[in-house]
Structures are given as structure tokens and as C-alpha cells.
Design a binder for this molecule. Structure first.
Ligand SMILES: NC(=O)c1ccc[n+]([C@@H]2O[C@H](COP(=O)([O-])OP(=O)(O)OC[C@H]3O[C@@H](n4cnc5c(N)ncnc54)[C@H](OP(=O)(O)O)[C@@H]3O)[C@@H](O)[C@H]2O)c1
Length: 287
């Protein structure tokens, strides 16, 4: 029964975000959360979760029993729709929390508000927000450099700084950062630089925050459902990426969100400071 209602939510979600076509794999996976680790009783903040990958991560965490604070910067209505679509959990309700994660006072407030509303310590943080810019360094404006750097690298630091003390006091915490395969293929200027920084930051934080808090990252390849946006921003790259993945297909939001849940689960209790590429082999060099 529970699975049937989750399938219904997933269908609603696909309709709401106008995802018309998904690989069969995703449809087949609708029931696989039965084998995913349960995270009942936990409380999470997911940044940049009013749509796309962040919204999917919020959904998968909630489906695993986590109460979720859905962060957004300005899209409040979209964030509320995501909140309304999340499955109920036993220990409270999900909520939307506005705020710019690259702003030091907002980052503190987001964690404080989430903690107050969810009535307990935030023990899972997913640093997902991160803008994409496809411009070479010499064409980049300084403001664009700052925006990508600040919302990816600096915000990961600021949000972690805001959340980690509470996790330490609580004696348990999981932080998952979003990097990208662009960190490895190194041809996306500031986007590559910021995503490579996330990998190093993840390792540094894993050392600093052990033993209570595990810090890991995932590095997605081009996401299947985001291909349309990429076609608008960088059409030549969109065509190329389709033919560059040894696996022969692009990664889906669902697969990435499930990997985030796994990294928060007891299955990964001994894993910290790691970045997991989830890219079908896109990052591998060919000769
Ligand atoms: N898309 C891909 O193919 C791909 C591939 C590899 C890696 N990634 C990584 O995966 C992550 C998610 O990608 P995505 O394409 O799903 O992202 P996206 O669609 O650009 O994310 C949009 C979300 O981020 C929020 N956001 C933007 N700036 C923010 C800020 N300063 N503070 C708080 N929230 C902010 C937006 O809120 P508002 O609407 O309110 O501004 C919205 O909720 C990113 O870190 C990205 O680098 C994506």
C-alpha cells in the first residue's frame, strides 16, 4: 500500500515538473526503496530544493523517513509544492525555508529555522544548490565567477559551519555535497573550478568533523531530465554529452537522490571524505 501511494506521488511529481519522458529504468525503480536504508527519525536540510535534483533528493529522503526542510532562494510557491508532495513522516512535518545559502546570516537562519520547525537537531545536510554557467574564463564576467563560486563552494562551507555544531552535540551527522563530473573533465572554467573545490572541501571537512559527522559528495554526470536546459545554454555540449558516456545513457535524478540517501544510511557508516561519481563513466578519459 505504502509503495502504491509513493508511485502516485512520483507520478504527480513528474506531471508537476513536466517531465514527459523517463527511461524505463526509472519506472522500474519505483518500488526499490524497499531495499533502501531507512532514515526514520532524522531531520534534513536540502539546499536549492524547490525543483529539479534538490526536489528529488527531498522526496527520497522523506520516503526514507526523514523530516525535510526544503530550501529555496526566491521560488517559494515551487518549494511549497515540493513540501506538499513529500510523504508524511512520524516525527513532524516537512517545511519550506527561504534563504540565500551563499549569505552568511541566511545560512545560519536556515539551519536555526529548520531546527525550530522540525523540533529537533538537523542531522542531515545536503548542499545541493549550485548554478551552472558554460563560459570560458576569458568570457566570464566577474559577477558570474562570484555567483558560481559563492553558491557552490562558499555556500557549502557556510551551511556546514551553521549545521555542524548541532550535529556534533547530537553525536551523529551526515553531510552530502553536490560536485559534478565537470570537476574531472576540466573544461567548464568556473564550474569546473567550483566543483573540484567541493571535492577537496569534502575531504577536509571529513577530517575536521570526524568522528560524529561523515562528509561525502556525489559527482553527477549530465542529468537526463536537465538535458533540455543544457540544450538552451550550451547546445553543442548537449549533443556531445549524449555520445560521451560509456554506459550509453545519462544519469537520472532518481539515481542521484538514491545515492544521497545511501550515503546517509548505516550502509555507508565507514565511508567519509569520498566523492562518488554517478555519471555512467562520463569522466573517464579516452585516447
Ligand atoms: N543539472 C545537471 O545536469 C547537473 C549535473 C552535474 C551536477 N549538477 C549539480 O547538481 C546540483 C543541482 O543541479 P540542478 O540542475 O538540479 O540545479 P538547479 O535547477 O539550478 O537548482 C535550482 C534550485 O537551486 C536554488 N538556488 C539557486 N541559488 C540559490 C541560492 N543562492 N540559495 C538557495 N537556493 C538557491 C533555486 O531556488 P530559487 O528558484 O528560489 O532561486 C532552486 O531551488 C547543482 O549543485 C549542480 O551543480 C547538476
Amino acid at each position: 500500500m505504502k509503495y502504491r501511494s509513493l508511485s502516485r506521488l512520483f507520478r504527480h511529481y513528474k506531471r508537476r515538473f513536466r517531465i514527459r519522458e523517463l527511461p524505463q529504468l526509472v519506472a522500474d525503480m519505483t518500488g526499490t526503496h524497499a531495499t533502501m536504508a531507512e532514515l526514520a527519525g532524522h531531520r534534513a536540510v536540502v539546499t536549492g530544493a524547490s525543483r529539479n535534483l534538490g526536489a528529488e533528493i527531498a522526496l527520497r529522503l522523506a520516503a526514507s523517513g526523514t523530516a525535510v526542510a526544503v530550501n529555496y532562494r526566491s521560488s517559494r510557491d515551487e518549494a511549497e509544492v515540493v513540501v506538499a508532495s513529500l510523504p508524511d513522516v512520524d516525527h513532524g512535518r516537512h517545511l519550506a525555508v527561504g534563504g540565500d545559502v551563499s549569505d552568511p546570516s541566511d545560512s545560519e537562519r536556515i539551519i536555526a529555522e529548520a531546527k525550530r520547525a522540525l523540533d529537533g537537531p538537523i542531522d542531515i545536510l545536503v548542499n545541493n544548490a549550485g548554478p551552472y554557467i558554460a563560459k570560458p574564463f576569458l568570457e566570464l564576467e566577474e559577477g558570474e565567477f562570484d555567483r558560481v563560486w559563492n553558491v557552490k563552494a562558499k555556500a557549502t562551507y557556510l551551511m556546514t559551519r551553521a549545521a555542524a555544531p548541532g550535529m556534533k552535540d547530537h553525536g551523529w551527522g551526515r553531510i552530502v555535497n553536490l560536485s559534478a563530473s565537470s570537476a574531472y573533465v576540466r573544461n567548464r572554467s568556473i564550474y569546473t573550478l567550483a566543483n573540484a573545490a567541493i571535492i577537496t572541501l569534502t575531504e577536509e571537512l571529513a577530517l575536521e568533523l570526524a568522528p560524529e559527522i561523515l562528509v561525502n559528495a556525489i559527482a553527477p554526470g549530465q542529468i537526463y531530465e536537465s538535458l533540455g536546459e543544457l540544450r538552451e545554454k550550451a547546445p553543442e555540449w548537449a549533443e556531445k554529452v549524449m555520445n560521451s558516456t560509456p554506459r550509453g545513457r545519462l544519469v537520472t535524478r532518481r539515481e542521484l537522490a538514491d545515492m544521497v540517501v545511501l550515503l546517509c544510511s548505516p550502509v555507508f557508516d565507514s565511508v567519509t571524505g569520498v566523492t562518488v561519481p554517478v555519471d555512467g563513466g562520463l569522466r573517464l578519459n579516452t585516447f
